[in-house]
Write a protein that binds this ligand. Structure first.
Ligand code: NAD
Length: 470
Protein backbone atom coordinates (compact mmCIF):
# COMPACT_ATOMS: atom_id res chain seq x y z
CA UNK A 1 0.00 0.00 0.00
CA UNK A 2 1.34 3.41 -0.89
CA UNK A 3 0.47 5.82 1.86
CA UNK A 4 2.05 8.76 0.08
CA UNK A 5 -0.98 10.60 -1.11
CA UNK A 6 -3.33 9.81 1.71
CA UNK A 7 -4.28 12.46 4.25
CA UNK A 8 -2.15 12.38 7.36
CA UNK A 9 -4.87 10.84 9.50
CA UNK A 10 -4.26 7.75 7.36
CA UNK A 11 -0.82 7.49 8.89
CA UNK A 12 -2.41 7.04 12.28
CA UNK A 13 -4.86 4.55 10.71
CA UNK A 14 -2.00 2.54 9.16
CA UNK A 15 -0.28 2.49 12.52
CA UNK A 16 -3.48 1.41 14.29
CA UNK A 17 -3.99 -1.41 11.75
CA UNK A 18 -0.49 -2.74 12.48
CA UNK A 19 -1.08 -2.45 16.22
CA UNK A 20 -4.28 -4.50 16.10
CA UNK A 21 -2.73 -7.08 13.77
CA UNK A 22 0.09 -7.42 16.27
CA UNK A 23 -2.39 -7.89 19.11
CA UNK A 24 -4.02 -10.74 17.16
CA UNK A 25 -0.67 -12.41 16.48
CA UNK A 26 1.85 -11.33 19.10
CA UNK A 27 4.41 -14.12 18.67
CA UNK A 28 4.98 -15.24 15.06
CA UNK A 29 6.97 -18.47 14.91
CA UNK A 30 10.34 -18.92 13.22
CA UNK A 31 8.77 -20.31 10.04
CA UNK A 32 6.59 -17.21 9.61
CA UNK A 33 9.58 -14.93 10.15
CA UNK A 34 11.67 -16.88 7.65
CA UNK A 35 8.81 -16.64 5.14
CA UNK A 36 8.81 -12.85 5.55
CA UNK A 37 12.55 -12.71 4.98
CA UNK A 38 12.20 -14.93 1.91
CA UNK A 39 9.57 -12.58 0.51
CA UNK A 40 11.93 -9.68 1.01
CA UNK A 41 14.82 -11.50 -0.70
CA UNK A 42 12.58 -12.34 -3.65
CA UNK A 43 11.47 -8.73 -3.94
CA UNK A 44 15.12 -7.68 -4.24
CA UNK A 45 16.15 -10.42 -6.65
CA UNK A 46 13.19 -9.88 -8.97
CA UNK A 47 13.47 -6.11 -9.15
CA UNK A 48 17.19 -5.39 -9.38
CA UNK A 49 16.93 -3.49 -12.64
CA UNK A 50 14.02 -1.31 -11.49
CA UNK A 51 15.77 -0.59 -8.18
CA UNK A 52 18.99 0.46 -9.94
CA UNK A 53 17.09 2.63 -12.41
CA UNK A 54 15.07 4.40 -9.72
CA UNK A 55 18.13 5.15 -7.57
CA UNK A 56 20.06 6.30 -10.64
CA UNK A 57 17.23 8.66 -11.57
CA UNK A 58 17.08 10.09 -8.04
CA UNK A 59 20.83 10.70 -7.88
CA UNK A 60 21.03 12.22 -11.33
CA UNK A 61 23.41 9.36 -11.97
CA UNK A 62 24.65 6.33 -10.08
CA UNK A 63 26.08 3.23 -11.75
CA UNK A 64 23.75 0.23 -11.62
CA UNK A 65 26.73 -1.93 -10.70
CA UNK A 66 27.54 0.32 -7.76
CA UNK A 67 23.92 0.05 -6.57
CA UNK A 68 24.05 -3.73 -6.92
CA UNK A 69 27.29 -3.85 -4.90
CA UNK A 70 26.58 -1.32 -2.16
CA UNK A 71 22.83 -1.72 -1.71
CA UNK A 72 21.40 -4.96 -3.09
CA UNK A 73 24.29 -7.23 -2.13
CA UNK A 74 24.53 -6.18 1.56
CA UNK A 75 20.72 -6.28 1.81
CA UNK A 76 20.61 -9.87 0.53
CA UNK A 77 23.50 -10.84 2.81
CA UNK A 78 21.68 -9.39 5.84
CA UNK A 79 18.55 -11.36 4.91
CA UNK A 80 20.46 -14.63 4.40
CA UNK A 81 22.35 -14.16 7.65
CA UNK A 82 19.19 -13.50 9.69
CA UNK A 83 17.19 -16.24 7.99
CA UNK A 84 19.75 -18.87 8.93
CA UNK A 85 19.90 -17.79 12.56
CA UNK A 86 16.48 -16.47 13.53
CA UNK A 87 15.27 -19.72 15.11
CA UNK A 88 18.38 -19.82 17.30
CA UNK A 89 18.00 -16.16 18.29
CA UNK A 90 14.40 -16.80 19.33
CA UNK A 91 15.33 -19.55 21.78
CA UNK A 92 14.98 -18.44 25.40
CA UNK A 93 18.42 -18.05 26.95
CA UNK A 94 18.95 -19.91 30.22
CA UNK A 95 20.56 -17.67 32.86
CA UNK A 96 22.32 -18.23 36.16
CA UNK A 97 20.01 -18.46 39.16
CA UNK A 98 21.41 -17.19 42.47
CA UNK A 99 22.17 -19.88 45.04
CA UNK A 100 19.50 -18.61 47.45
CA UNK A 101 16.78 -18.86 44.81
CA UNK A 102 17.41 -22.46 43.77
CA UNK A 103 15.81 -24.68 42.64
CA UNK A 104 14.00 -21.86 40.78
CA UNK A 105 14.99 -21.23 37.15
CA UNK A 106 15.88 -18.06 35.24
CA UNK A 107 15.65 -17.37 31.55
CA UNK A 108 15.47 -14.45 29.12
CA UNK A 109 12.79 -14.68 26.46
CA UNK A 110 12.82 -12.61 23.30
CA UNK A 111 9.43 -11.15 22.53
CA UNK A 112 8.50 -8.94 19.57
CA UNK A 113 8.06 -5.29 20.58
CA UNK A 114 5.05 -4.60 18.34
CA UNK A 115 5.12 -1.85 15.71
CA UNK A 116 8.53 -0.52 14.72
CA UNK A 117 9.06 2.77 12.84
CA UNK A 118 12.00 3.18 10.47
CA UNK A 119 13.09 6.55 9.02
CA UNK A 120 15.36 6.30 5.98
CA UNK A 121 17.79 8.86 4.47
CA UNK A 122 18.45 9.30 0.73
CA UNK A 123 22.05 8.19 0.40
CA UNK A 124 21.56 4.40 0.60
CA UNK A 125 17.77 4.32 0.35
CA UNK A 126 17.49 0.56 -0.17
CA UNK A 127 20.07 -0.80 2.27
CA UNK A 128 19.07 1.60 5.05
CA UNK A 129 15.43 0.52 4.69
CA UNK A 130 16.14 -3.22 4.33
CA UNK A 131 18.76 -3.43 7.12
CA UNK A 132 16.39 -2.29 9.90
CA UNK A 133 13.47 -4.14 8.28
CA UNK A 134 15.38 -7.43 8.42
CA UNK A 135 16.12 -7.02 12.12
CA UNK A 136 12.57 -5.93 12.93
CA UNK A 137 10.93 -8.78 10.96
CA UNK A 138 13.33 -11.38 12.36
CA UNK A 139 12.30 -10.19 15.81
CA UNK A 140 8.62 -10.69 14.87
CA UNK A 141 7.51 -7.06 14.59
CA UNK A 142 5.35 -5.07 12.21
CA UNK A 143 7.05 -2.19 10.45
CA UNK A 144 6.19 1.24 9.05
CA UNK A 145 8.96 2.74 6.91
CA UNK A 146 9.29 6.44 6.08
CA UNK A 147 11.39 7.04 2.95
CA UNK A 148 13.31 10.24 2.21
CA UNK A 149 11.63 12.96 0.15
CA UNK A 150 14.99 13.35 -1.65
CA UNK A 151 14.57 9.97 -3.37
CA UNK A 152 11.11 10.22 -4.94
CA UNK A 153 11.58 7.61 -7.69
CA UNK A 154 12.97 4.96 -5.43
CA UNK A 155 10.50 5.84 -2.67
CA UNK A 156 7.54 5.30 -5.01
CA UNK A 157 9.01 2.05 -6.37
CA UNK A 158 9.78 0.70 -2.91
CA UNK A 159 6.28 1.58 -1.65
CA UNK A 160 4.78 -0.34 -4.60
CA UNK A 161 7.06 -3.39 -4.21
CA UNK A 162 6.51 -3.62 -0.46
CA UNK A 163 2.76 -3.19 -1.06
CA UNK A 164 2.81 -6.13 -3.48
CA UNK A 165 4.89 -8.36 -1.19
CA UNK A 166 3.41 -7.68 2.25
CA UNK A 167 0.05 -7.02 3.82
CA UNK A 168 -0.08 -3.35 4.91
CA UNK A 169 -0.66 -4.41 8.50
CA UNK A 170 2.71 -6.19 8.39
CA UNK A 171 4.97 -3.81 6.44
CA UNK A 172 4.02 -0.48 4.90
CA UNK A 173 5.92 2.38 3.28
CA UNK A 174 5.18 6.05 3.89
CA UNK A 175 6.28 8.83 1.52
CA UNK A 176 6.29 12.57 1.99
CA UNK A 177 8.29 15.55 3.20
CA UNK A 178 9.30 16.96 6.56
CA UNK A 179 5.65 17.43 7.68
CA UNK A 180 4.89 13.73 7.15
CA UNK A 181 8.24 12.88 8.79
CA UNK A 182 7.30 14.93 11.85
CA UNK A 183 3.89 13.27 12.11
CA UNK A 184 5.53 9.89 11.59
CA UNK A 185 7.99 10.34 14.46
CA UNK A 186 5.20 11.44 16.78
CA UNK A 187 3.40 8.08 16.44
CA UNK A 188 3.57 5.94 19.60
CA UNK A 189 5.85 3.28 18.08
CA UNK A 190 7.21 0.48 20.21
CA UNK A 191 10.62 1.33 18.77
CA UNK A 192 11.82 3.96 16.32
CA UNK A 193 15.00 3.56 14.28
CA UNK A 194 16.14 6.78 12.64
CA UNK A 195 18.99 7.01 10.14
CA UNK A 196 19.96 10.54 9.19
CA UNK A 197 21.67 13.67 10.35
CA UNK A 198 22.48 14.56 13.95
CA UNK A 199 20.27 17.72 14.00
CA UNK A 200 17.20 15.83 12.73
CA UNK A 201 18.09 12.97 15.10
CA UNK A 202 17.65 15.38 18.00
CA UNK A 203 14.18 16.38 16.73
CA UNK A 204 13.18 12.74 16.26
CA UNK A 205 14.33 11.81 19.75
CA UNK A 206 12.39 14.72 21.26
CA UNK A 207 9.23 13.61 19.43
CA UNK A 208 9.73 10.00 20.52
CA UNK A 209 10.30 11.08 24.13
CA UNK A 210 6.71 12.36 24.30
CA UNK A 211 5.56 8.74 23.90
CA UNK A 212 8.53 7.23 25.77
CA UNK A 213 9.28 5.44 22.50
CA UNK A 214 12.77 3.95 22.63
CA UNK A 215 14.98 5.08 19.76
CA UNK A 216 17.96 3.83 17.84
CA UNK A 217 19.67 6.82 16.24
CA UNK A 218 21.98 6.06 13.35
CA UNK A 219 23.61 9.43 12.76
CA UNK A 220 26.69 10.81 11.05
CA UNK A 221 29.66 13.02 11.80
CA UNK A 222 33.29 13.31 10.80
CA UNK A 223 34.87 9.84 10.59
CA UNK A 224 38.68 10.15 10.62
CA UNK A 225 41.33 8.03 8.93
CA UNK A 226 44.67 7.91 10.72
CA UNK A 227 47.69 6.78 8.70
CA UNK A 228 50.44 5.75 11.13
CA UNK A 229 54.11 6.56 10.52
CA UNK A 230 55.73 3.95 8.30
CA UNK A 231 52.49 2.68 6.71
CA UNK A 232 52.72 2.47 2.93
CA UNK A 233 51.28 5.75 1.64
CA UNK A 234 50.20 4.34 -1.70
CA UNK A 235 48.18 1.56 -0.07
CA UNK A 236 46.57 4.03 2.35
CA UNK A 237 45.74 6.45 -0.49
CA UNK A 238 44.12 3.70 -2.55
CA UNK A 239 41.97 2.33 0.26
CA UNK A 240 40.95 5.74 1.54
CA UNK A 241 40.38 6.82 -2.06
CA UNK A 242 38.00 3.94 -2.65
CA UNK A 243 36.09 4.64 0.60
CA UNK A 244 35.79 8.32 -0.29
CA UNK A 245 34.80 8.03 -3.95
CA UNK A 246 32.24 5.23 -3.48
CA UNK A 247 28.83 6.87 -3.92
CA UNK A 248 30.80 10.13 -4.35
CA UNK A 249 31.55 10.27 -0.65
CA UNK A 250 27.84 10.31 0.28
CA UNK A 251 28.34 7.52 2.78
CA UNK A 252 27.77 7.92 6.51
CA UNK A 253 30.99 6.05 7.25
CA UNK A 254 33.08 7.49 4.41
CA UNK A 255 36.44 8.72 5.69
CA UNK A 256 35.74 12.41 6.30
CA UNK A 257 39.37 13.54 6.72
CA UNK A 258 42.85 12.01 6.91
CA UNK A 259 45.54 12.50 9.52
CA UNK A 260 48.90 11.92 7.87
CA UNK A 261 52.55 12.04 9.07
CA UNK A 262 53.83 15.53 8.19
CA UNK A 263 55.76 15.60 4.94
CA UNK A 264 53.72 12.82 3.29
CA UNK A 265 51.01 15.11 1.91
CA UNK A 266 52.30 15.44 -1.64
CA UNK A 267 52.98 11.70 -1.99
CA UNK A 268 49.50 11.00 -0.69
CA UNK A 269 47.83 13.39 -3.15
CA UNK A 270 49.83 11.96 -6.05
CA UNK A 271 48.95 8.37 -5.10
CA UNK A 272 45.26 9.23 -4.68
CA UNK A 273 45.19 11.06 -7.98
CA UNK A 274 46.68 8.22 -9.96
CA UNK A 275 44.39 5.71 -8.22
CA UNK A 276 41.26 7.83 -8.85
CA UNK A 277 42.21 8.19 -12.51
CA UNK A 278 42.75 4.45 -12.79
CA UNK A 279 39.29 3.83 -11.34
CA UNK A 280 37.34 6.50 -13.18
CA UNK A 281 39.41 8.30 -15.81
CA UNK A 282 37.46 11.50 -15.27
CA UNK A 283 34.51 12.75 -13.22
CA UNK A 284 32.13 12.20 -16.11
CA UNK A 285 32.74 8.42 -15.81
CA UNK A 286 29.49 6.43 -15.66
CA UNK A 287 31.02 4.58 -12.69
CA UNK A 288 31.19 7.77 -10.61
CA UNK A 289 27.98 8.87 -8.89
CA UNK A 290 26.46 12.35 -8.94
CA UNK A 291 25.78 14.42 -5.89
CA UNK A 292 22.25 13.33 -5.13
CA UNK A 293 20.36 16.59 -4.90
CA UNK A 294 20.68 20.30 -5.53
CA UNK A 295 20.68 21.53 -1.93
CA UNK A 296 23.46 19.11 -1.09
CA UNK A 297 25.45 20.08 -4.21
CA UNK A 298 25.19 23.79 -3.34
CA UNK A 299 26.28 23.05 0.22
CA UNK A 300 29.37 21.13 -0.94
CA UNK A 301 30.35 23.90 -3.38
CA UNK A 302 29.91 26.47 -0.60
CA UNK A 303 32.23 24.45 1.67
CA UNK A 304 34.89 24.52 -1.05
CA UNK A 305 34.41 28.22 -1.85
CA UNK A 306 34.69 29.22 1.78
CA UNK A 307 37.79 27.06 2.35
CA UNK A 308 39.44 28.42 -0.79
CA UNK A 309 38.72 32.02 0.25
CA UNK A 310 40.35 31.32 3.62
CA UNK A 311 43.53 29.97 2.05
CA UNK A 312 42.97 26.23 1.58
CA UNK A 313 44.65 24.50 -1.37
CA UNK A 314 42.24 22.33 -3.36
CA UNK A 315 43.75 19.53 -5.45
CA UNK A 316 41.36 17.90 -7.93
CA UNK A 317 41.90 14.14 -8.22
CA UNK A 318 40.07 13.77 -11.52
CA UNK A 319 39.73 15.97 -14.56
CA UNK A 320 36.12 17.06 -15.05
CA UNK A 321 35.78 15.45 -18.49
CA UNK A 322 32.45 16.03 -20.18
CA UNK A 323 30.94 16.59 -16.75
CA UNK A 324 27.26 17.51 -16.50
CA UNK A 325 24.50 17.73 -13.93
CA UNK A 326 25.54 17.46 -10.29
CA UNK A 327 28.75 15.50 -10.84
CA UNK A 328 31.55 16.79 -8.65
CA UNK A 329 35.16 15.71 -9.13
CA UNK A 330 36.77 14.41 -5.92
CA UNK A 331 39.29 16.76 -4.31
CA UNK A 332 41.89 16.72 -1.56
CA UNK A 333 41.91 19.82 0.63
CA UNK A 334 45.24 20.96 2.15
CA UNK A 335 46.04 23.74 4.60
CA UNK A 336 42.56 23.64 6.16
CA UNK A 337 42.11 25.76 9.29
CA UNK A 338 39.71 25.27 12.22
CA UNK A 339 37.59 28.26 11.22
CA UNK A 340 36.55 26.62 7.93
CA UNK A 341 33.16 24.88 7.88
CA UNK A 342 34.69 21.97 5.96
CA UNK A 343 36.89 21.26 8.99
CA UNK A 344 33.94 21.45 11.38
CA UNK A 345 30.89 19.75 9.86
CA UNK A 346 30.35 16.35 8.29
CA UNK A 347 31.32 16.68 4.61
CA UNK A 348 29.27 13.82 3.14
CA UNK A 349 30.72 14.33 -0.33
CA UNK A 350 33.92 13.95 -2.38
CA UNK A 351 36.08 16.44 -0.44
CA UNK A 352 38.94 15.02 1.63
CA UNK A 353 40.86 17.31 3.99
CA UNK A 354 44.38 16.08 4.73
CA UNK A 355 45.74 17.12 8.11
CA UNK A 356 49.45 16.57 8.79
CA UNK A 357 50.62 15.58 12.29
CA UNK A 358 54.06 15.48 13.92
CA UNK A 359 53.54 12.62 16.40
CA UNK A 360 50.90 9.88 16.40
CA UNK A 361 49.82 11.13 19.84
CA UNK A 362 48.91 14.46 18.22
CA UNK A 363 46.66 12.64 15.73
CA UNK A 364 44.96 10.73 18.54
CA UNK A 365 44.49 13.97 20.48
CA UNK A 366 42.95 15.62 17.39
CA UNK A 367 40.36 12.84 17.14
CA UNK A 368 39.66 12.79 20.87
CA UNK A 369 39.14 16.55 21.08
CA UNK A 370 36.18 16.22 18.70
CA UNK A 371 32.79 14.48 18.74
CA UNK A 372 33.08 10.72 18.95
CA UNK A 373 32.78 9.57 15.33
CA UNK A 374 30.66 6.89 13.68
CA UNK A 375 33.72 5.19 12.19
CA UNK A 376 37.48 5.31 12.63
CA UNK A 377 40.03 4.04 10.14
CA UNK A 378 43.48 3.06 11.26
CA UNK A 379 46.26 2.29 8.81
CA UNK A 380 49.11 0.66 10.67
CA UNK A 381 51.10 -2.59 10.39
CA UNK A 382 52.34 -2.50 13.98
CA UNK A 383 49.94 -4.62 15.94
CA UNK A 384 50.80 -3.24 19.38
CA UNK A 385 50.36 0.31 18.16
CA UNK A 386 46.96 -0.54 16.63
CA UNK A 387 45.84 -2.05 19.96
CA UNK A 388 46.95 1.06 21.82
CA UNK A 389 45.19 3.33 19.31
CA UNK A 390 41.98 1.30 19.66
CA UNK A 391 42.20 1.57 23.45
CA UNK A 392 42.81 5.31 23.40
CA UNK A 393 40.06 6.37 20.98
CA UNK A 394 36.28 5.87 20.75
CA UNK A 395 34.01 5.44 17.73
CA UNK A 396 30.94 3.46 16.66
CA UNK A 397 33.07 1.03 14.64
CA UNK A 398 36.54 0.57 13.21
CA UNK A 399 38.13 -0.88 10.10
CA UNK A 400 41.86 -1.48 10.38
CA UNK A 401 43.89 -1.09 7.17
CA UNK A 402 40.88 -0.38 4.99
CA UNK A 403 37.66 1.65 4.94
CA UNK A 404 33.91 0.95 5.25
CA UNK A 405 34.12 -2.84 5.54
CA UNK A 406 33.13 -3.27 9.20
CA UNK A 407 29.54 -2.32 8.25
CA UNK A 408 29.32 -5.33 5.94
CA UNK A 409 30.08 -7.88 8.68
CA UNK A 410 26.63 -9.13 9.60
CA UNK A 411 27.74 -10.66 12.89
CA UNK A 412 28.81 -7.28 14.30
CA UNK A 413 26.66 -4.49 15.74
CA UNK A 414 26.42 -1.28 13.71
CA UNK A 415 25.82 2.06 15.39
CA UNK A 416 27.41 5.25 16.64
CA UNK A 417 28.42 6.63 19.98
CA UNK A 418 27.57 10.04 21.43
CA UNK A 419 26.74 12.53 18.68
CA UNK A 420 27.23 9.85 15.98
CA UNK A 421 24.34 7.81 17.31
CA UNK A 422 22.77 5.72 20.00
CA UNK A 423 21.93 2.02 20.06
CA UNK A 424 22.82 -0.50 17.38
CA UNK A 425 21.42 -2.99 14.90
CA UNK A 426 22.60 -5.69 12.43
CA UNK A 427 22.96 -9.35 13.39
CA UNK A 428 22.12 -10.62 16.87
CA UNK A 429 22.34 -7.11 18.33
CA UNK A 430 19.70 -6.00 15.82
CA UNK A 431 17.44 -8.86 16.83
CA UNK A 432 17.82 -7.81 20.46
CA UNK A 433 17.24 -4.12 19.67
CA UNK A 434 13.86 -5.03 18.20
CA UNK A 435 12.95 -7.53 20.93
CA UNK A 436 11.73 -7.18 24.47
CA UNK A 437 14.34 -9.08 26.48
CA UNK A 438 11.94 -10.37 29.04
CA UNK A 439 13.27 -11.77 32.31
CA UNK A 440 11.31 -14.82 33.46
CA UNK A 441 11.95 -16.46 36.83
CA UNK A 442 10.12 -19.71 37.55
CA UNK A 443 9.68 -20.56 41.18
CA UNK A 444 10.05 -24.24 42.12
CA UNK A 445 7.18 -26.11 43.79
CA UNK A 446 9.40 -26.82 46.77
CA UNK A 447 11.46 -23.86 47.89
CA UNK A 448 12.71 -22.30 51.06
CA UNK A 449 11.69 -18.69 50.63
CA UNK A 450 9.03 -18.84 53.37
CA UNK A 451 11.78 -19.34 55.94
CA UNK A 452 12.66 -15.68 55.53
CA UNK A 453 9.11 -14.31 55.81
CA UNK A 454 8.10 -12.27 58.87
CA UNK A 455 7.77 -12.41 61.77
CA UNK A 456 11.53 -11.82 61.81
CA UNK A 457 13.90 -13.02 64.47
CA UNK A 458 13.33 -16.79 64.18
CA UNK A 459 16.67 -18.55 64.93
CA UNK A 460 16.85 -20.49 61.61
CA UNK A 461 16.12 -17.33 59.61
CA UNK A 462 18.72 -15.37 61.59
CA UNK A 463 21.34 -18.03 60.83
CA UNK A 464 20.47 -17.95 57.15
CA UNK A 465 20.60 -14.15 56.99
CA UNK A 466 24.04 -14.27 58.64
CA UNK A 467 25.19 -16.68 55.92
CA UNK A 468 23.63 -14.55 53.19
CA UNK A 469 25.53 -11.50 54.44
CA UNK A 470 28.84 -13.34 54.89
P1 NAD B 1 18.18 13.95 7.26
O1 NAD B 1 18.39 13.92 8.72
O2 NAD B 1 18.01 15.27 6.60
O3 NAD B 1 16.88 13.10 6.84
C1 NAD B 1 16.73 11.74 7.20
C2 NAD B 1 15.26 11.37 7.23
O4 NAD B 1 14.63 12.12 8.25
C3 NAD B 1 14.48 11.65 5.95
O5 NAD B 1 13.62 10.55 5.67
C4 NAD B 1 13.66 12.87 6.30
O6 NAD B 1 12.41 12.88 5.64
C5 NAD B 1 13.43 12.64 7.76
N1 NAD B 1 13.10 13.89 8.49
C6 NAD B 1 13.35 15.17 8.13
N2 NAD B 1 12.85 16.01 9.06
C7 NAD B 1 12.28 15.25 10.01
C8 NAD B 1 11.59 15.53 11.23
N3 NAD B 1 11.40 16.77 11.65
N4 NAD B 1 11.15 14.49 11.95
C9 NAD B 1 11.36 13.23 11.55
N5 NAD B 1 12.01 12.89 10.42
C10 NAD B 1 12.47 13.89 9.66
O7 NAD B 1 19.40 13.15 6.64
P2 NAD B 1 19.75 12.92 5.13
O8 NAD B 1 20.23 14.20 4.53
O9 NAD B 1 18.67 12.18 4.46
O10 NAD B 1 21.01 11.92 5.29
C11 NAD B 1 22.29 12.38 5.53
C12 NAD B 1 22.70 12.17 6.97
O11 NAD B 1 22.41 10.85 7.37
C13 NAD B 1 24.20 12.32 7.18
O12 NAD B 1 24.43 13.01 8.38
C14 NAD B 1 24.69 10.90 7.30
O13 NAD B 1 25.89 10.72 8.03
C15 NAD B 1 23.55 10.26 7.99
N6 NAD B 1 23.55 8.83 7.74
C16 NAD B 1 23.80 7.99 8.77
C17 NAD B 1 23.85 6.62 8.54
C18 NAD B 1 24.12 5.63 9.64
O14 NAD B 1 23.90 4.45 9.40
N7 NAD B 1 24.56 6.05 10.81
C19 NAD B 1 23.62 6.15 7.26
C20 NAD B 1 23.35 7.04 6.24
C21 NAD B 1 23.30 8.39 6.49
Amino acid sequence: MNLADLPQTSLAAAFAAQRSAFAREPMPDAAARRANLDRLALLLKNNQQAICEAICADFGHRSHTETRLIEIFPSLEAIRYARARVAGWMKPSRRHTGLWFLPGRSEVRYQPLGVVGVIVPWNYPLYLAIGPLVGALAAGNRVLIKMSEFGPNFGALFARLIGEAFAPDLVSVVLGGADVAAEFSSLPFDHLLFTGSTPVGRIVMAAAAKNLTPVTLELGGKSPAIVAPGFDIKTAAQRIGFGKTMNSGQTCIAPDYVLLPRGQEEAFVAAMRSFAQKLYGDAASPDYASVAHERHYTRLQALLDEARSKGARIEALLPDGAISGRKMAPVVLLDGTPDMRVMQEEIFGPILPVIPYDALDDAIAYVNERDRPLALYVFDDQRGRVESLLDRTASGGVTVNDCILHIAQDDMPFGGVGPSGMGRYHGPEGFKTFSQQRAVFRQAALNGSAILHPPFGKPLAEKLIKLMLR
